[in-house]
Design a protein around this ligand. Structure first.
Ligand code: ATP
Ligand code: MG
Length: 605
């Protein structure tokens, strides 16, 4: 949410990016920038009013895949900093590479940045931009560089260019085309543009320094020939700018003040500055120029955040699509039931630093549970069902078929009302709430036991949550010897909420659903996708550490209050954890719930 200009909310948890921005605000370096209300060159902004945004940041995804949790970090940093300092954050599609980019990804990215809770509307303008809209300017800037002898067309083969670039210890050697006249270069470059030359026949390179210790300054490529239909500009261009050339220009045209990117771009910063300086000097770009600042990538344990590897998981069908609830894509996390607030909180809590960090997954999981705890309605569900038969039902409840019970929708929000359900002679309970031979310390249902001296230890008593106390009297088995039903008797006068109900003390309380009214449901029990904390570290094949039990599907029973559950409704199934009605497959007549996370942290060691 970009806050209104001139009304910055007080900054939260301090990290170096905040300090840098605060220093720039204090120095007033960006205070006199003009902004014409839309991106443009120096002339476009020159006569415009002072920029109402105190800073401008941007989130610049390449629309070649779905956003993942690492991108969420960048989204929250950029939009969050803008909001906190009275600035504006732009959503910019870095769509300069025609081959891999698609409208489908553009739409999905817009949807997910909105879902996270951010907006690029500010001062009556939508700051949603496409780098491909700047192709004309980029081309003009390239001709400008050529005219000033700062760029040349190189006709060497790609291999020759690679071979003459040198390496860390060896300076590069000049291309035979390096000293061509500006006029010849201009002619050639225009030929490149008009489609005279084949793909890859030549490139435009900056003329900087083939001996620079920074290899990125050894005459980097600015433009290449590529005949490909672009999702925005169609077949208008057959030359396309390189990312390293395009990105600084995009920032400058949009009046970005702080161009925040991940550490791998640190070595590109000298070129970023070189290029913008040259173009500002030539009067093409307004000053002050944007500043690139790098921060460490976010890596979450048990998660992969590489688009390429995520694509491989989808393509090879290790998961069921980009929005598979086990995927760390925002589409997958939304379907899994993660809340935007929990992702924003994780981004805030992990700050920003100058090194790539591994963050324990529990940081996200704890933020998620904190958020869900306060909101999610409660319900009872049985995940691994076993029948419980109340053998003295008729004695205790007479002719009544059922006995009404109720429970709060949320224990801390009385205003949210109560859920109603009922006891009956047959109930579903969890299979592991019964043990024929109880292990030590087991307080749930177990049958009576005859001791060697002939005396009988009675079966154990538990409370059926919101219901009555029952005492186990035995069990029934099927032909294979497996327990088919548990038998118990109701202890009279123990109904929850009635006077004296607590007179009978029990050590265990179990959840249940009445068999007469239980709703059958498909429950998808998700677990971490990888068994190792750093699935792709040190060159490991991440496929070798896929968790074979990352998805388990069971048929369970739900309490009847869930009959009205809608897709995306989030609930706490008491004792089990948080679940969400699947946003694709859930139907009233065929409920499908995904387990979001358990009630307790199982991630941190
Ligand atoms: P990938 O490596 O997964 O393909 P990318 O960086 O190439 O990601 P972009 O679409 O270019 O994908 O990313 C948009 C922005 O998100 C960039 O500014 C990038 O630096 C940032 N970003 C991507 N991954 C992370 C991460 N793990 N942590 C922080 N920022 C990230
Ligand atoms: Mg990238």
């Amino acid at each position: 949410m970009s806050a209104p200009a001139n009304d910055p909310s007080p900054p939260k948890g301090r990290h170096f990016l905040r300090l840098e921005i605060e220093r720039d605000l204090e120095s007033g370096i960006y205070a006199q920038r003009r902004f014409a209300g839309s991106p443009g060159d120096a002339q476009h902004h020159a006569a415009a009013p002072i920029d109402p945004a105190r800073i401008r940041t941007r989130f610049p995804p390449e629309p070649n895949g779905y956003l993942h949790v690492g991108h969420a970090k960048s989204v929250c940093l950029n939009f969050g900093l803008a909001a906190d300092y009275g600035g504006v954050c732009h959503l910019r599609f870095d769509d300069t590479n025609p081959e891999k980019e698609e409208q489908e990804y553009v739409d999905a990215i817009i949807e997910m940045v909105h879902w996270l809770g951010w907006s690029w509307d500010a001062n009556g303008t939508s700051h949603l931009y496409y780098a491909s809209d700047y192709f004309d300017f980029m081309y003009r800037a390239a001709e400008h560089l050529i005219e000033r002898g700062l760029a040349y067309v190189d006709e060497q083969t790609a291999e020759a260019m690679r071979a003459t670039r040198g390496d860390f210890g060896t300076p590069g050697t000049a291309s035979p085309f390096r000293e061509r006249s500006a006029q010849d270069n201009l002619l050639r470059f225009r030929e490149m543009r008009s489609g005279v030359h084949a793909d890859g026949a030549m490139v435009l390179r900056a003329k900087i320094d083939m001996a620079s210790p920074n290899i990125n300054l050894r005459d980097p490529t600015l433009y290449r020939i590529k005949r490909a239909t672009h999702h925005n500009t169609g077949d208008r261009w057959c030359i396309y700018p390189m990312y390293t050339y395009a990105h600084p220009i995009e920032d400058a045209l949009e009046n970005i003040t702080h161009s925040i990117c991940t550490l791998e771009f640190e070595d590109q910063r000298p070129f970023y500055d070189w290029l913008l300086e040259r173009l500002a000097e030539g009067g093409l770009l307004q000053r002050p120029l944007p500043r690139q600042i790098e921060f460490g990538r976010l890596n979450l344990t048990y998660v992969i955040t590489s688009k390429r590897k995520l694509k491989q998981l989808v393509d090879e069908r290790h998961v069921q699509g980009w929005d598979d609830p086990r995927m760390p894509t925002l589409a997958g996390m939304r379907r899994r039931g993660y809340t935007p607030a929990s992702i924003r909180k994780m981004a805030e809590d992990t700050g920003a630093s100058k090194t790539n960090i591994w963050v324990d997954y529990s940081v996200l999981d704890i933020a998620l549970r904190d958020d869900l705890e306060g909101q999610a309605s409660r319900a009872m569900a049985v995940i691994d069902p076993l029948k419980l038969r109340l053998i003295n039902w008729a004695e205790v409840f007479g002719g009544a078929a059922t006995e009404a019970c109720q429970a709060p929708v949320h224990p801390h929000h009385a205003d949210r009302g109560v859920r109603r359900f009922s006891l009956g002679p047959e109930l579903w309970i969890e299979r592991d709430d019964f043990a024929e031979v109880p292990p030590k310390g087991f307080f749930r249902l177990f049958p009576p036991k005859t001791l060697p001296d002939g005396s009988v230890v009675p079966g154990n008593k538990v409370r059926l949550k919101y219901g009555v106390v029952v005492e186990c009297t035995g069990c029934e088995k099927d032909a294979s010897g497996a327990v088919a039903a548990v038998l118990a008797r109701v202890v009279p006068d123990t109904k929850s909420g009635t006077p004296g109900a607590d007179a009978v003390k029990v050590k265990g309380t179990i959840t249940w659903v009445g068999a007469h009214e239980a709703l059958p449901a498909e429950l998808r029990l998700y677990d971490r996708l990888f068994t190792e904390e750093q699935p792709d570290a040190a060159g490991r094949d991440f496929l070798s550490v896929l968790n074979p039990d990352s998805k388990r599907v069971v048929q369970g029973w739900l309490e009847p209050s869930l009959a009205g559950a809608k897709r995306d409704d989030t609930l706490q199934f008491e004792r089990h954890g948080y679940f969400v009605a699947d946003r694709i497959d859930h139907r009233a007549e065929r409920p499908v719930f995904n387990r979001i996370t358990g009630l307790k942290d199982t991630w941190s060691k």
